[in-house]
Write a protein that binds this ligand. Sequence first.
Ligand code: AMP
Length: 116
Amino acid sequence: MAECLFCEIAAGRIPAAVLRETDRAVAFRDISPQAPTHFLVIPRRHIVSLADVAEGAEGELEPLLGHLLRVAAEVARAEGLQDFRLVSNVGASAGQSVFHLHLHVLGGRPLEWPPG
Ligand code: AMP
């Protein structure tokens, strides 16, 4: 998937402000932050979105998804966030613009609910 931006970031071929790397995941700062702290957590493995997880017969992905959540929580804590929002946009009409699964973690300011 040479054309996938987040695969390239995961492989280190495109630079990013990396906060945490594990064998299965990378957390890095969003290039266009929507809050004082805004980072993304991605799997190294190319998965288009959470819809792929639901559609596939891939129960094997459950540990990976749990790992992504753990990395998100650990990096949020390391960033000093007590309150934060975790979002994953699925599909273009929901705001997804990069088609490699990612969790947004936003914090450091009050966050409205429901989102716009
Ligand atoms: P989404 O719109 O949910 O697919 O989120 C994609 C996110 O990736 C957006 O918040 C972008 O600002 C962010 N983004 C795009 N390119 C980069 C990059 N090179 N490094 C870090 N974040 C990026």
